[in-house]
Every structure is written in structure tokens, then in C-alpha cells.
Design a protein around this ligand. Structure first.
Ligand code: NIG
Ligand code: FE
Length: 418
């Protein structure tokens, strides 16, 4: 079998080898490290991972050979929670935030998500496409090979919701980074439904979800379950309908107030519950029992300046699988830098480097239901990997705030080079 690309003499090759399922508890520390490692690729798939190239793998002058000395190689990173496609920006909120206005205060005053809704409604398809493409290029430069993208800035304007999902679909076709789409029409109560939120819930259920499912524009449905946004009952109603239509379920759960989002995610066996800053201990236990992945977003806690972070160590101890994402969006977390998120997760939430890399590879893949083909380096899987200009994993996390990426390989092709 002839290899098309080989990386050899890799100082630290992190494979994440093991079962294709979310890794929880002690398993989240097993990263399948190989010293002086070799990865061989044929076309878009991995054909060998180890430390001695077997004879059946041929190399000739057409094989690209990369030198892994002084480098750390990992599976392509997976940013499994973002609000990638949107119009405008919200730097105008900074002054309010510095004066002490909270995220929910700004939202209640008609700012926050509502101001991005306005900008996204006004933006053309091309404008949204170009802005999201720019972000996707940045994400790729940080080593991200798969991104989840939510709608949710059209809300009651369904055409804008569809526009966001179609931009994501077109970018998935055009850009090297893969995009997995989530419908999140339930992202805020539209201002005109302030006094009749249940009517908007009915519209999502009766008019929006069936079309999203029919046109296969999203794999998942997500709801912002929060005080002043969607209640537990409303969230349950929307997600039950999404499930009936064949969509996978996600939930913005207990981000700010402890509403019982973790418990709801467990009740509905959501694939992931995200944020969880205010999740209760019972909610965490229930998530462990139902195998719900905790998708943690420390960049959001950092940027909201609340000083409150999800209890990552408690989640690991209770055997909940942990994923980590940027939550990239124009309000609560305007950064595409997943490497910064990895550092925050370790330095502030006390996850170990091993738990962090697990969270952004195999567990990120599992939270998008793609763990059979992505998230670890094993023969047969897609050849998505990152070569970091860093001698080891700890270094990437410790030397924070910069970009350590040397090269990114997507489907066996070098798509980014420093
Ligand atoms: O995950 N909390 C709701 N949604 C996003 C923020 C979106 C926005 O502020 O525009 C989040 O934090
Ligand atoms: Fe979010």
C-alpha cells in the first residue's frame, strides 16, 4: 500500500487511540502517547500510526514526507460549540460591562443577542458568508478541522435562520474545515413576543422545526434554557419535537442561573449539555447516568467576567465526559482561539493537559456524533491532524495566548502552514 503523506520522527504523537466513544473519568487521561512516532496517510485516510513503519507501506518519490522532530502531533481539533455565522459585532457592550452591567441586564434592555439579531437580519448571504469564512480561516490556523455552527440570530425571522444554516452548508462545501449545523431558533425570546413567549415556542415547533428537518439543514437542535429566555418547560417542549423529527439534542444549560438544565439534558438524553456553570450536583450525577457530554466553555466565563466557571473537576470525578469549545460568538465569547480555551480550561478549571486534549478531540467528536470517523488517529479514520511547533502537550497549554500551530492536515492534505 502506497502512502501519500508520512510524518516521521514525531517527538510526541498523541493518538487518542481507544474506543470510539466519549472518554470519562480516568479514561479521559489516556491519550495514547507515542514517542518518536510515525503517521502514514493514504489519500484522505490514516493507514498507520506507531513507531516503526511496517513493510507493507511503500514510500516513493511522490510521497510527501514531513519531519516531526521537535513537534507534537494531535488529531485535528474539534470546536463543538460555536455561533459561527452572524452579522456585526458588539464591542459597544464593553463599556457597559466595565460599568457592571451583566449579560442578562444587557439582553433584557434589548441589546446583546437582539443587537446581533438585527445585524444578522440586515446582512446579505454574501456578507455572512465572507465574515464566517474569515473566522473559519482563523479557527483552522489554530488547528481546528471540524466546527459546530448554530443558527439563532434570526429567531422569529425564519428566513434569517435559514440564511444562517445555508451559509454554514455552503462553507462546509467550500472550506477545508467541516461544519456540523445546529438549529437554534430558540436563542432569545423575540422582542415582539415578550408578552407571549409560548406563541413563539409554538411557531418553532409547528413552523420552523419541520422545515429544518425536512430540508436537512441541521443535525442538532439547541435551546438557550435560561432565566428570562426559555424555561425548562418550553425547552423540553421544543427538544421533544426536535427529537421526534430525528434531530439530535443539545442544550445551553445552567449557563448563568441554576434552572435545572443539566437535569433536563439528562431526562431527554441530550448528546451534550453546554456551559453548566451553575449546574447542580444532582444534575451532574444525572448527566453521568445518562451519558450526557458536558461541553464546557471557559472563554465565556472569562469574557463575561463573572468569576464563575463550570465545575470541571467535579464533572471528571463524577465520570461525565467533558468536551471544550470556544462558544465563538459576538457577545459572550468573541474569540476563535481554541488554544486559548485549552489554556483557560487547565489554568482556571484545573483540567490536566491530558483531559484538555481529550476534550477537544475524541470528546468533541462524540458531542457531534462523529467519533467513528474523527477525533483520534487510527487506521481507517479520516486523516485530520495538527502538527504543533511545541515539544510536548504541556508546552501548548503552558505557553498561552499564542498560536502553536505549524501545519494542519485535513483529509490527508496540508491545508494550513505557518
Ligand atoms: O452561548 N447564551 C446564549 N448564547 C451564546 C451567546 C450569544 C450572544 O451573546 O450573541 C452563548 O453564550
Ligand atoms: Fe453558545
Amino acid at each position: 500500500m502506497k502512502a501519500t503523506l508520512v510524518i516521521k520522527d514525531i517527538d510526541n504523537l498523541i493518538t487518542m487511540q481507544g474506543e470510539n466513544r466519549p472518554r470519562a473519568g480516568r479514561e479521559a487521561s489516556q491519550i495514547g502517547l507515542i514517542k518518536n512516532g510515525i503517521v502514514a496517510i493514504k489519500d484522505d485516510r490514516i493507514i498507520y500510526v506507531g513507531d516503526k513503519l511496517p513493510e507493507y507501506i511503500e514510500i516513493d518519490e511522490s510521497t510527501t514526507i514531513l519531519d516531526g522532530r521537535g513537534k507534537t502531533v494531535t488529531p485535528g481539533l474539534i470546536d463543538s460549540h460555536t455561533h459561527l455565522v452572524h452579522g456585526g459585532s458588539r464591542e459597544n457592550e464593553l463599556a457597559m460591562k466595565l460599568k457592571g452591567a451583566s449579560y442578562l441586564d444587557i439582553l433584557k434592555a434589548g441589546g446583546g443577542i437582539h443587537s446581533t439579531v438585527k445585524a444578522t437580519r440586515e446582512a446579505s448571504f454574501e456578507e455572512l458568508y465572507n465574515k464566517a469564512k474569515k473566522s473559519l480561516d482563523i479557527m483552522l490556523s489554530f488547528g481546528v478541522t471540524t466546527v459546530e455552527a448554530k443558527s439563532g440570530y434570526g429567531i422569529s425571522d425564519f428566513d434569517t435562520e435559514l440564511k444562517q444554516l445555508k451559509v454554514a452548508k455552503k462553507l462546509d462545501e467550500d472550506h477545508p474545515v467541516d461544519i456540523v449545523s445546529t438549529f437554534m431558533g430558540a436563542h432569545a425570546i423575540p422582542l415582539e413576543y415578550h408578552d407571549y413567549p409560548d406563541s413563539f415556542v409554538d411557531i418553532i415547533i409547528e413552523e420552523m422545526l419541520p422545515i429544518v428537518a425536512e430540508e436537512k439543514l441541521a443535525k442538532f437542535c439547541d435551546v438557550f434554557c435560561e432565566e428570562g429566555v426559555f424555561s425548562i418547560q418550553q425547552s423540553r417542549k421544543i427538544l421533544l419535537k426536535a427529537k421526534e423529527l430525528g434531530l439530535g439534542l443539545k442544550l445551553h444549560a445552567d449557563e448563568i442561573k441554576p434552572l435545572g438544565g443539566a437535569e433536563l439534558a439528562a431526562e431527554l438524553a441530550c448528546i451534550s449539555a453546554d456551559h453548566l456553570v451553575a449546574a447542580s450536583d444532582q444534575g451532574i450525577k444525572a448527566m453521568a447516568e445518562r451519558g450526557v457530554i458536558a461541553n464546557l466553555l471557559p472563554g465565556t466565563s472569562f469574557n463575561l467576567q463573572t468569576g464563575k466557571y463550570a465545575k470541571a473537576r467535579k464533572l471528571v470525578e463524577e465520570c461525565v465526559a467533558v468536551a471544550l469549545s470556544t462558544d465563538y460568538n459576538p457577545g459572550s465569547c468573541p474569540t476563535e482561539n481554541i488554544q486559548l480555551i485549552m489554556s483557560l480550561a487547565s489554568l482556571i478549571m484545573k483540567l490536566t493537559p491530558e483531559e484538555v486534549i481529550t476534550a477537544v478531540t475524541i470528546n468533541g467528536a462524540a458531542s457531534l456524533g462523529i467519533e467513528e470517523e474523527y477525533g483520534s488517529l487510527e487506521p481507517g479514520k479520516y486523516a485530520d491532524l495538527v502538527i504543533f511547533d511545541a515539544p510536548n502537550l504541556e508546552y501548548i497549554i503552558y505557553h498561552f495566548g499564542i498560536n502553536h500551530t505549524d501545519k494542519v492536515i485535513k483529509n490527508g492534505i496540508i491545508v494550513y502552514e505557518k
